[in-house]
Ligand binder design. Structure first.
Ligand code: ADP
Ligand code: MG
Length: 428
């Protein structure tokens, strides 16, 4: 079936054709006609299957009639991360090429004044992260009383504990009669109930069960015993053994992101880190370089797990098993997008056991195991062998920066020669 049967305008169809799409994806087929009819939608479909166009394309047609007034946007799209919000704005540029809709992006860490100026001119589509939107609302820069259409992308994330108070405050300011479109690849049952309370008699479309990973991703579980230093060694082995064009490595904590990135740089890999502690300009720059292929490896926190669409990411590595099972689906979903093939490797040691058990229970199936060569996986050294072994491993394995490792009287490792700047992992 081609796009022509979905009820979209010629303008939008021309833009779709220019984007190179010949056939709508299953979620687009199912949701676009009902959206054009004004229905509320809950759309669940696997990662990388075109959910963005599922709401963007009909929105362009719905909003083509009417004009925006100052500070009163006509539609609102909520996204969990700044990068994802910026990406959705790019989609409007792409699909809205033949329309005159105006967009504004309200995200944290960027020019506040510029955002106010845009709002003053009047916008048809407001794309925002909740925190920055509330900031503008509190200052009277934006009123939501003119919103006709609301999109909540990554809906389960937006309605989880972290975001729900903000979402409730925002939704209270919306008119009662409004069309709402919720999309996600995952939907835990508890959050589903909450979703229902936001939607009026919604048309629900589940293209896939919310626990399913994209079919184009070959997944491997790499299980071994050892510490983080061994994990880094295993990671390097996997990077070397696989034909890596580019890869995203996810870690559970920002601290780990920094350590893994530093270690990879020392070992001469082309890598950069992405997490919430960085300035927004740096975040955007890091992502842009990775997209352009100037950086081969992105080491990231879950800030990059949701929604980011970098079409040719070949490999995803989970340095840790994510502590929320749904995050696994989103993390590995950064590869295998739009029907392309991708590979994922999940590293799991004795410290990941609790999360691995939870993940496998959630997936309701095993992840195929990958055996490692014996010379790669060695148990961590026993305590009484620690001094020599650690020093040796450390020269081979980790950062050597004119420092020396000693063992103090109390048996505690002391690093000399680095002042106060000893990276944590060296002291572990
Ligand atoms: P999701 O939100 O479902 O994870 P995206 O909306 O980010 O997925 O889309 C993933 C990729 O698929 C994007 O690069 C997009 O350009 C592409 N895409 C979307 N719709 C189509 C289509 N009908 N045919 C081919 N590619 C598509
Ligand atoms: Mg998406």
């Amino acid at each position: 079936m081609s796009f022509e049967y979905l009820g979209l305008s010629d303008n939008v169809l021309a833009a779709v054709s220019e984007a190179g799409y010949t056939e709508p994806t299953p979620i687009q087929k199912k949701t676009i006609p009902s959206t054009l009819q004004g229905r509320d939608i809950l759309g669940i479909a696997q990662t990388g299957t075109g959910k963005t166009a599922s709401f963007t394309l009909p929105m362009i047609d719905i909003l083509s009639q009417g004009r925006a007034r100052a500070r009163m946007p006509r539609s609102l799209i909520l996204e969990p991360t700044r990068e994802l919000a910026a990406q959705v704005e790019e989609s409007f540029d792409k699909y809205g090429i033949n329309s005159k809709l105006t967009c504004a992006l309200l995200i944290g860490g960027t020019d506040f004044k510029g955002q106010v100026q845009k709002l003053d001119k009047g916008v048809d589509v407001l794309i925002a992260t909740p925190g920055r939107l509330l900031d503008h609302m509190e200052r009277g820069n934006v009123m939501l009383t003119g919103v006709e259409l609301l999109v909540v992308d990554e809906a389960d994330r937006m309605l989880d504990m972290g975001f729900i108070p903000d979402i409730e405050r925002i939704c209270k300011m919306l008119p009662k009669k409004i069309q709402s479109l919720f999309f996600s690849a995952t939907m835990p049952p508890g959050v589903k109930k909450l979703t229902d309370s936001f939607l009026k008699d919604p048309k629900e479309f589940e293209v896939s069960a919310p626990t399913t990973t994209a079919v184009t991703i070959e997944q491997k579980l790499v299980k071994f015993r050892g510490d983080d230093s061994l994990k880094r060694k295993v990671l390097r082995h996997l990077l070397d053994e696989n034909d890596i064009k580019n890869a995203i490595i996810f870690c559970n904590r920002k601290k780990e992101v920094k350590i893994v990135n530093k270690s990879l740089n020392v070992h001469k890999y082309s890598s950069a880190e992405l997490h919430g502690d960085l300035h927004q300009d740096t975040r955007m720059e890091v992502l842009a370089k990775f997209k352009k292929g100037e950086t081969q490896i992105l080491v990231a926190s879950d800030v990059a797990a949701r929604g980011l669409d970098i079409p040719d990411v070949g490999h995803v590595f989970n340095f840790d098993v994510p502590n929320i099972p749904e995050d696994y689906i989103h993390r590995i979903g950064r590869t295998g997008r739009a029907g392309k093939e991708g590979k994922s490797f999940t590293l799991s040691t004795q410290y990941d056991k609790k999360y691995l058990d939870a993940l496998l229970k959630f997936l309701k199936k095993d992840i195929p195991l990958l055996e490692l060569p014996e010379n790669i996986v060695k148990e961590s050294p026993k305590k009484n062998q620690k001094v020599n072994k650690v020093k040796k491993n450390y020269q081979k394995d980790d950062v050597k920066i004119n420092s020396e490792e000693k063992v103090s009287n109390k048996g505690k490792k002391v690093i000399v020669g680095m002042g106060d700047h000893v990276p944590d992992f060296l002291t572990r």
